[in-house]
Design a protein around this ligand. Structure first.
Ligand SMILES: Nc1ncnc2c1ncn2[C@@H]1O[C@H](COP(=O)(O)OP(=O)(O)OP(=O)(O)O)[C@@H](O)[C@H]1O
Length: 262
C-alpha cells in the first residue's frame, strides 16, 4: 500500500479541518486530488509528508506507520512539487544544482555530488525537455520551465511517490499542455512513481490518473475510479451547481449550466 489513511481528523483552533478521512492508494494507481479552495488538500498533503500529525486516526505512507518511523527518512522517498517549495528554493542557483539537490531532498545543494549524479540529473532534464536550461539561473526561468526543473528535481531521488501540487498554476495553455504531456510520460515509464496530482481543474485530469479523490469541506466526498467520479451528476453534486461534463481528447471538460449568482 502506498498511502493508507484511516479515520483521520485534524483540528486547529477549535475547528475541524480534516474530518474522518479514509483513503487508500495502491501500487499501480495514479490519483488526482480535486477540491475547491480551502477544502483541505494542502493540509492532507502536509500530513502525508509528515509535516503535521493526525489529531485522530492512523496512517501509513509507503508501508511506514506514522509514529513508528523517522519521517525525514521517509521524505526522501517522496518527490514533492509545490508552490511553497518553489518559494523556498534559492533562486540564484543554476537549474542543474536545483535538480541535483533533489538527491538529498534539501533546499540548497550542500552535499558533494559525483559524475553519476550529474549524468542522472542531465538525463532527467533531457527527458523533461529542459536540457537547454542546465546552466541557467533558476530565477530567470519562466514558470513552465521552473515546473519542469522541479519535476526533474523530484525524480532525482527515484521516489516511490510523486506529489504534484497544482503544477499548472500560472501556466498559459501551451505551457500547461506541454507540462501535462511530460507528466503523462513520467507516469508511463517503467518503475514510475505513484503520482498524486492535486488540482482545482478537471480538464487537467489525464487518462493516466486511474483514480480520483474529491475532497469538500475537509471530508472525502468521493474516492473511486476516475471514470466513476467525473460524471455530470457527481460533479454537480460536488460543486453544488449544475455542470455538464464532456469527454474530448481523452479528458473531461466541465461547463457550468446553471447561474452562479442572481
Ligand atoms: N494551521 C492552521 N490553523 C488554522 N487553520 C488552518 C491551518 N491550516 C489550514 N487551515 C484552514 O484549513 C482549511 C483548509 O486549508 P487547505 O490549505 O488545506 O485547503 P486547500 O484545499 O489546499 O486550499 P487551496 O486550494 O486554496 O490551496 C482552510 O480553511 C484553512 O484556512
Amino acid at each position: 500500500m502506498i498511502i493508507d489513511i484511516r479515520n483521520v481528523s485534524w483540528a486547529r483552533e477549535n475547528k475541524t479541518i480534516l474530518q474522518n478521512i479514509n483513503w487508500s492508494v495502491r501500487e499501480g494507481e495514479h490519483w488526482c486530488l480535486l477540491g475547491l479552495n480551502g477544502s483541505g488538500k494542502t493540509t492532507l498533503l502536509n500530513m502525508i509528508n509528515g509535516y503535521i500529525w493526525p489529531s485522530e486516526g492512523t496512517m501509513s505512507v509507503l508501508g511506514k506507520t506514522f509514529g513508528e518511523f523517522d519521517l525525514r527518512e521517509l521524505r526522501k522517498s517522496i518527490g514533492w512539487v509545490s508552490t511553497s517549495l518553489q518559494q523556498m528554493l534559492y533562486g540564484s542557483e543554476t537549474a542543474l544544482n536545483i535538480v541535483l539537490s533533489g538527491k538529498f531532498a534539501t533546499i540548497g545543494l550542500y552535499d558533494a555530488t559525483d559524475a553519476e549524479d550529474r549524468d542522472k540529473a542531465e538525463a532527467l532534464m533531457r527527458s523533461l525537455g529542459c536540457s537547454a536550461l542546465i546552466g541557467r539561473v533558476y530565477d530567470t526561468l519562466s514558470q513552465g520551465e521552473r515546473q519542469r526543473v522541479l519535476i526533474a528535481r523530484a525524480l532525482m531521488a527515484s521516489p516511490k511517490l510523486l506529489i504534484l501540487d497544482e503544477p499548472c498554476t500560472g501556466l498559459d495553455v501551451f505551457a500547461r499542455e506541454q507540462l501535462l504531456q511530460m507528466i503523462a510520460m513520467v507516469a508511463k515509464q517503467r518503475q514510475a512513481p505513484t503520482i498524486v496530482y492535486v488540482t482545482h481543474h478537471v480538464e487537467e485530469i489525464l487518462p493516466c490518473f486511474t483514480n480520483s479523490l474529491l475532497i469538500k469541506d475537509g471530508q472525502v466526498f468521493a474516492a473511486s475510479e476516475t471514470k466513476e467520479v467525473l460524471t455530470s451528476a457527481m460533479m454537480s453534486d460536488f460543486l453544488g451547481v449544475s455542470v455538464e461534463m464532456n469527454r474530448r481528447s481523452d479528458r473531461s471538460w466541465l461547463s457550468v449550466k446553471g447561474a452562479l449568482w442572481s
